[in-house]
Ligand binder design. Structure first.
Ligand code: NAD
Ligand code: MG
Length: 332
């Protein structure tokens, strides 16, 4: 079982009870040298706003090739040792929200394993550098989550490499827009279900024997779970199902001291969106229709995943936490 530090946990408990947003308020770097001396406004002022440059990549896309480059917290996230000694597996940890989570977890003192597709190796190497710069252990597991034996074998491999498993982040997803149901092929429908649902089911089941009290499972859903866009039929179906899985598993695992929560991001600047996730013409003003008036950057989600992984957040399970730029939180 992982050794969590009791004194630090006790200190953090008060902050965590005040809610995820409050508990995460100090996570961003507060280096006044590059922010005009005002750490509180630096991030909001610096994040890119629409219009974004037109761009498309073949699926699954690389963060390396996006313009502007997404902010995954390589420089901007500052840790406070909240996950010291813990071991995490993050699917889709090479880019986007999963990568920001991997980097933040490492900066909070965790060892990190990521799963990703072999063609995403260049992005995975970037994550490896940042995690190892923190002095943390990094393990890479390239493979296809639709491959049942690969996915079911992941937790055991993580335990071999990292010495245990305390945090599972089911984050990988397949999202391709289609104009209508007639254009939604059986192949795409299968791929979306297999990646977004079957893999989560296989992986969670295979992880359970390794998870001890204090462990946490975090599933990435989406605001589309409650407000499904007409061009994202299959994808939206899976994001609703992820909420049901989260709620049922939370009930099932509460008595074992294992928490299960979900995050619902709004529009976030990641390869998913420029590799077929959105209509190409929608990239230029991506996120402009949120109250924030822009797409979120992956690093802006990281503090939420850290809070949900932190054992101090011990009374929150079966919950759905939004990061939407001010759009309503889905009730779904
Ligand atoms: P991303 O492209 O950076 O991450 C998705 C990852 O899924 C890829 O990096 C890839 O490694 C992985 N993946 C896909 N198919 C796979 C397969 N068959 N085998 C192994 N890995 C596979 O994009 P992201 O936006 O950071 O996506 C992360 C999560 O956030 C997803 O669950 C997505 O649904 C969710 N989300 C994103 C947004 C957004 O606007 N970007 C909004 C709401 C929810
Ligand atoms: Mg990727």
């Amino acid at each position: 079982m992982t050794e969590f530090e009791p004194t630090r946990r006790a200190l953090l408990a008060g902050a965590a009870m005040a809610g995820a947003a409050t508990a995460t308020g100090t996570a961003f770097a507060q280096d006044s040298s590059d922010n005009g001396g005002d750490p509180l406004t630096r991030q909001a002022a610096d994040f890119p706003k629409p219009p974004y440059p037109k761009q498309q990549q073949p699926w699954p896309g690389l963060a390396q090739k996006m313009e502007p480059r997404p902010d995954h917290g390589e420089e901007s996230y500052r840790g406070n040792g909240r996950l010291r000694g813990m071991r995490a597996l993050i699917t889709g940890g090479d880019s986007g929200i999963g990568r920001a989570t991997a980097i933040a977890f490492a900066k909070e003192g965790a060892d990190v394993a990521i799963a990703y597709l072999p063609e995403e190796e260049p992005d995975a190497q970037d994550v490896k550098r940042v995690v190892e710069d923190q002095g943390r252990t990094f393990a890479a597991f390239p493979g296809d989550l639709r491959d049942q034996s690969y996915t079911k074998g992941l937790p055991e491999k993580v335990v071999q490499e990292l010495g245990g498993l305390d945090i599972l982040v089911n984050n990988a997803a397949y999202q391709q827009w289609v104009p209508g149901l007639e254009e939604l092929s059986d192949e795409q429908f299968d791929q979306t279900m297999q990646t977004n649902l079957y893999a989560m089911f296989w992986l969670t089941k295979a992880a359970l024997p390794h998870l001890n009290p204090g462990a946490s499972i975090i599933n990435t859903s989406s605001t589309v779970a409650a407000d499904a866009p007409e061009i994202l039929i299959d994808y939206s179906m899976t994001k609703s199902a992820i909420l049901s899985f989260t709620r049922a598993m939370a009930k099932q695992l509460a008595s074992r001291g294992i928490r299960v929560n979900a995050v619902t991001p709004g529009p976030i600047w990641t390869p998913l969106q420029v590799a077929g996730g959105q209509k190409p013409e929608n990239i230029v003003d991506f996120g402009a229709n949120t109250p924030a008036g822009r797409a979120g950057q992956p690093v802006e989600l990281a503090p939420l995943y850290v809070a949900l992984a932190d054992p101090a957040f011990s009374y929150s399970t079966g919950q759905v936490f939004g990061a939407t730029g001010g759009s309503p939180q889905p009730a779904g």
